[in-house]
Design a protein. Sequence first.
Length: 260
Amino acid sequence: MSVLTPARGPQSIYSINPVAKLAASLALSALLLVTIDWVSAAVALVLESVLFFWAGLSPGQFFRRTAAIWIAAPLAGLTTLLYGVSAGQTYLQFWLIHISDGSIALAVATVLRILAIGLPAVVLFATIDPTDLADGLAQVWHLPSRFVLGALAGLRLIGLFLQDWRQLELARRARGLGDTGRIRRFANQAFALLVISIRRGSKLATAMEARGFGGDVVRSWARPSPFGRREWLLIAIGLVIGVVALVAAVLAGSLNFVIG
């Protein structure tokens, strides 16, 4: 299951070690989660927007990949607007709904922070190949090979599960069982898919163990997972964006620690 198909030259973000992308995303998220204010989130979002052009995604690919973030952010902001902490002037109050200056500011900060954290994470993960990620986790972070390879095998089976679901649906329709009772049909197909997945998982585990994947010896890797200057640069960029956003919030006097 291919991720995307642009050119993957030596200077492309696709060629950067996936572990560095994961670390950069986690570092940026950790810094932005310290405070909830619109200044830090807006500054981070502006700086990230400049780097999105480097990701190699076309506008169509970018918005398709991040569609869930664009939907979730306004919904979270609307909930915060209606039921957030009230402060300052009140504009509307009806039962549990209380819209005030405080809830408006908190809603704007919530929307911007979700975008600032979610968009770079989705963009970075859209450029990650599962096999490259497994190589990086085992060779760079030195995670147990059994865990890494098992997770990779499970991830690779997601596409097969989708195909199995489609085949089950077509088979039931061919037998005249797929036109009525939508809830019952879904439950039956889900149970059948569970049975198929357990059988396939057992066969896969046996096959991997027969090939020596469960041994105690230190295993070798077919492809090296280099970690060099570009990877450290990406992590540094994530840290710099987070630090600049926090400094901007401090200078603007809008820093609002989540815990405190």
